[in-house]
Design a protein around this ligand. Structure first.
Ligand code: F0G
Length: 536
């Protein structure tokens, strides 16, 4: 008789205890709602949708242990208990690999020994990593809790831009990346620095659908040759830092290999530049490394995460990803690392960040998050590096892409860990559609109108094709994204979506082009502008 893992289907790893029933909404009603909300997909009321793939961010169904931990949340204004749990969890997950201290257990199990709590938990002086503790976090603050990822970006870029332009008011600065996310790009721009995307040349390489369960070419890598040329051309003094987004959300959610992280680190060292990660979805990235990168199949996820983060000087992170929590963000940098040295000439850069954190978001021990949310996040950090969870998670996205590809729908293969991306240009090939017709938006509008399914255009419209120079347009990839919330949907949601998309693909000639009726010039306009589909 076969063993459970030999049955050829995944062994279930979880069950649901809470269920939300969906509303019955007709196509006519959805059409009416679209008109009333100016056809902006972000404005469509979520409670009237059938399946919502707008984002995987903050949409996670949390685990019972996370909900339980929320009861232990401490809402104090100064040094709430969760703050200590979170900083310990950050050290455990990003620095300690298979040797976590798991001091959070003292809080979760109600440790009563006050001396032990004082010595080992509340008053520990720690330095040298991503989260200084005790006295060192006061003298050289390097861990910043924030409400979400973009706040971390704002604190980081807002502060370094102030320093850069104070020294060189007419300077032109650049931050190269394997693919900046939209908020990252906008935050860099807003601070007068130029974001630059150096996507891997392999992004659009053909990939046979049958191989998606067997191989992964790490299309999210940064093109290191281009990076070197770029630094030589602009000059290292014009580049405050290099950025790697893991996984590469703008680049079709593709993972980044450890080989690439190391290669980028080497280049950073050669030019004495800090390397930062946008670490949203780091755990999913680690799972790809375990599954597909040579030499890592026998390493645990925590060990892989430890190695990944050994190569960076710091990171911004949205804790709303990776199944971590529904809210949260952070900015961390290595104590006394390249970044710290480069930006701490007159004043400690950490002190400047801390000032901005306190001015805009709340004091340093909660940074705009509630104590309950911090507890849920601290527990979540340990749960997302569990292999069973990650296998399920990535497996669901992979099955989704496989089923779409089998119906002939052009999706980026292999898929990344959090979303399936339709290649919009290929989807409409042969229909005479032009990039400025924003047909990708038309596709998302029809998905809502006909089927109550919400996806997101991340392409010509979101990345503002019509406002860019021909050179800048090269940095735009034209996608429609289906981001899968974690632990929320089952095979029935995926199958319904595949059937709906396949139907629209068959009828793609009828999908309307879209005009921007209001707010064409707005920054981050996809969140705010009004649209008008042009039905034939
Ligand atoms: N970086 C990446 C790679 C992201 O995917 C996101 C958010 C952020 C930064 C910003 O984080 O939302 O917490 O402020 N991505 C979401 C998405 C919104 O749908 O892909 P945030």
């Amino acid at each position: 008789m076969k063993q459970s893992h030999e049955l050829g289907v995944p062994v279930p790893s979880k069950k649901a205890y809470v269920v939300r029933n969906l509303k019955n909404v007709s196509g006519k009603q959805r059409e009416y709602i679209q008109k009333k909300t100016e056809y902006n997909v972000f404005s469509f009321p979520a409670g009237l949708l059938t399946v919502d793939y707008l984002s995987d961010s903050g949409t996670t169904s949390m685990t019972d242990r996370q909900w339980a931990a929320m009861m232990l949340g401490d809402e104090s204004y100064g040094r709430n208990t969760g703050y200590f749990c979170l900083l310990e969890a950050v050290r455990d997950i990003f620095e300690r690999g298979d040797m976590p201290s798991k001091k959070i257990d003292m809080i979760l199990t109600g440790e009563k020994d006050t001396e032990k709590l004082m010595d080992e938990f509340f008053l520990e002086h720690i330095e040298g990593g991503f989260a200084n503790g005790g006295r060192f976090q006061l003298i050289r603050p390097n861990a910043f809790i924030l409400p979400q990822g973009r706040c971390a970006e704002h604190v980081l870029f807002g502060t370094i831009s102030r320093l850069l332009f104070a020294e060189n008011p007419k300077g032109k600065f650049f931050i190269p990346s394997n693919g900046h996310f939209d908020t990252t790009e906008a935050n860099i721009h807003a601070n007068r620095i130029q974001p630059v995307n150096l996507f891997s040349e392999s992004m659009f390489d053909e990939f046979p659908v049958e191989d998606i369960y067997k191989k992964n070419p790490f299309k999210g890598d940064m093109d290191v040759e281009k990076l070197k040329r770029f630094i030589e051309e602009k000059g290292a003094d014009k580049i405050p830092m290099i950025y790697l987004t893991i996984t590469n959300n703008t680049g079709a959610g593709q993972p980044v290999s450890l080989k690439n992280m190391k290669a980028v680190r080497d280049i950073a060292d050669e030019y004495d530049l800090p390397l930062f990660y946008d670490a949203c979805r780091f755990a999913e990235n680690a799972m790809f490394i375990k599954e597909f990168e040579d030499g890592y199949s026998n390493k645990s996820i925590p060990e892989i995460v430890k190695e990944m983060f050994s190569y960076c000087d710091g990171f911004t992170i949205s804790f709303k990803k990776d199944g971590l929590a529904n809210m949260g963000g952070g900015l961390f940098f290595k104590d006394k690392g390249t970044f710290h040295k480069k930006f701490s000439s007159n004043e400690d850069i950490g002190v400047l960040f801390k000032e901005m954190q306190i001015l805009c978001y709340g004091n340093d021990s909660y940074g705009g998050m509630s104590g309950r949310d911090i507890m849920a996040l601290a527990v979540g950090l340990y749960e997302v590096v569990e292999e069973n969870y990650l296998k399920d998670r990535i497996g669901q996205v992979r099955d989704f892409a496989y089923k779409l590809a089998k119906k002939g729908v052009p999706v980026i293969l292999p898929p990344g860990g959090h979303a399936v991306y339709i290649d919009t240009t290929e989807f409409f090939e042969g229909t005479g559609a032009k990039i400025g017709d924003f047909k990708g938006v038309g596709l998302t509008l029809e998905l809502i109108r006909l089927y109550g399914i919400r996806a997101c255009e991340l392409g010509a419209f979101a990345f503002e094709w019509d406002k860019k120079t021909p050179e800048e347009r090269k940095g735009i990839l034209n996608f429609v994204r289906f981001a899968v919330p974690r632990n929320a949907y089952g095979p029935e949601h995926i199958d319904y979506t595949v059937a709906a998309v396949a139907e629209l693909y068959k009828n793609r000639e009828k999908i309307p082009s879209v005009e921007i009726s209001r707010g064409q010039q707005l920054r981050l306009r996809h969140f705010q502008s009004g649209l008008k589909p042009k039905y034939l």
